[in-house]
Each structure stands twice: as C-alpha cells, then as structure tokens.
Ligand binder design. Structure first.
Ligand code: GUN
Length: 292
C-alpha cells in the first residue's frame, strides 16, 4: 500500500470533543440541544445506525429521543409524529431514518420537517439553499467527506472531482459542496459511458454507489484522493453458533485502490464515523440558531 490512510475515526473523535465542549457551554446557558430520530419498521441495518446515533448523542451531552413506528405505520401516523417533533421546543434536530417502507411517501415526510430542524439537510428548502450557495443545513455524509478532503488536500480549487452516484443523500449534495469549493465536478452514474476512463481523470474520487468493490485500482489516477462512502455488509463465513459472520466493505476495492491512490478512506473507519459527527454538529448548529 502506498496511499496515506485518511482516519475518519480520529477526525470524528476530534469533532465529538469540540461538539461536547460546546454542548456543555450552551447547557450552562440553560439550553440542552435535542435530537429526535424516527425509525419506521425493523430493518436491522437501520436499527444499528439509529442506536449508534442515539449513543453518540448522549455521549455529547445532548438530549436524545428515538421514535419507533411499526413497518405498516400509516403516512398520517408518521406525519403526526413529525408535526409533534416540529412543535417540541426540546427538539432542535429531527432525522427520519431512510429508506422508509415503500408504501410511505418519503418526500412528503422529509418536506414536512421544519427546515430549521432538518439536520439531514434533505428538506427541499435546504437543498435549494445549498444549490444556490446560501446558508443551508448540509447533509451529514457529504459534509464529512468534504471535511476530510479539505483537511487532507487544503484548497480544492481547480481540482478534478468525480462523484460516482447521483443520490439525493450523497451524490448530488457532494457535487454541490465540491463546486462551492471551486472544484471541477463530474457526477458519474449507472448510465455513464466508460466509467473507468471518467474516474481516471479525477484528482478526487468520491464513490457512493452501494456496489461492493466496484472501483478498482486501474480506475484510479496515481496520487488521487479516494473517499469511499460505500458501507456494504458482506458474508464472511459462519460463526461457531451457526450464525453468519459479516464484514463491511466499501465501494472501492481497498487493496488495489490503495496501491495507486495518494490517500484513501478505509471502510469501516472512514466516512461512517464522520457522518455521525456531522449529525451532532448540525444538531448543535440548529440549537444555537433556534436560541439566537
Ligand atoms: N439512511 C442512510 N443514510 C442516511 C442519512 O444520512 N440520513 C437518513 N435520514 N437516513 C439515511
């Protein structure tokens, strides 16, 4: 391996420490930042993420609430939950864990969240504010990626960036953030022709497609910085008790990419911890804005 490892865990720990200090300060002034996470259904991966968010929120000294609805919850029940949280002065951030069961209208739910409490940055008004270069609540995963890129590279101005994936959660906001930092940005996706050739142009590669090991070292320009957003759970044998052992892998084939890249984020321990750190930072920001 020749690439420098970008340590998301260590970076996230520094953000947690800063957030915890700031939380202690606002608590002394009489306000406790509060985050509510809404989980619909029993998806095990989502349940793991939600538990981990709750744990980190507590550790930072914030108020944390988890609202669970059954998998067959109605749109009305979910909208009522959001409306209650919008009206609750103890809650400064609301996150509805995605994906939602398919019978629910996710866009309607997201757009029902008070934009000032939309710590995911998914509400259409935050999307518009980000796209037009105004002060917005910025989605946590791309924000974490941007922070790691800035720390590793300094200025991103004029650099060729290729974002692989065009999701509303990662790909599109990531491209907006890179553009805001004056990178030259391409969004590649499943219909992109000759994807390896497009990626080979990039000084910065952000892979967010959800396909384990798709990006291989022969796609990477020597010295490029590779940010791997993929969190894919793969079978990795059977435990003594007969249950399946799994391991997390990214969208990049780590060994071959690390042999060519200048720097790369590992999975796990790269983007994942930064996402939660940025969620706490966004919640603190929402709280500080609410209390002037
Ligand atoms: N599911 C996967 N990533 C995210 C995220 O960043 N926010 C929410 N709400 N759901 C997700």
């Amino acid at each position: 391996m020749t690439a420098t490892l970008i340590d998301g865990r260590a970076f996230a720990a520094r953000i947690h420490a800063r957030v915890a200090e700031e939380v202690a300060r606002v608590k002394r002034a009489g306000v406790t930042p509060g985050l509510a996470v809404v989980l619909v259904g029993e998806d095990p991966a989502s349940a793991v993420y939600v538990r981990s968010k709750g744990k980190r929120t507590h550790e930072a000294g914030m108020h944390s609430e988890e609202h669970r609805l059954p998998a067959d919850a109605s749109q009305t029940a979910l909208m009522e939950t959001v409306a209650r949280l919008n009206a609750d002065p103890a809650i400064h951030g609301i996150l509805v864990q995605l994906p939602l069961p398919t019978h629910l209208d996710a866009d309607a739910v997201i757009n029902a969240i008070d934009p000032a409490k939309d710590v995911d940055g998914f509400h259409i008004s935050n999307v518009g504010l980000l796209g037009s270069g105004q002060k917005a609540m910025v989605p946590c995963t791309p924000l974490g990626c941007l922070m790691m890129l800035r720390e590793h590279l300094g200025s991103l101005s004029g650099r060729e960036a290729v974002v692989i994936g065009r999701s509303n959660i990662v790909g599109k906001p990531m491209a907006q953030l890179l553009l805001r930092d004056s990178a030259t940005v391409t969004i590649a996706h499943s219909r992109t022709r000759d994807l390896p050739a497009v990626v080979r142009r990039a000084d910065i590669v952000v892979a967010a497609v959800g396909r384990p090991g798709m990006v291989t070292g022969d796609w990477i320009k020597p010295g490029a910085t590779v940010i791997d957003v993929g969190i894919n759970r793969m079978p990795a044998g059977v435990k003594d008790d007969g249950t399946l052992r799994t391991r997390l892998v990214g969208d990049c084939d780590f060994d071959s990419c690390a042999a060519v890249a200048g720097a790369i984020t590992p999975v796990p321990g790269g983007v994942g911890p930064m996402t939660i750190a940025c969620l706490l930072a966004n919640t603190l920001t929402a709280c500080c804005r609410a209390h002037g």
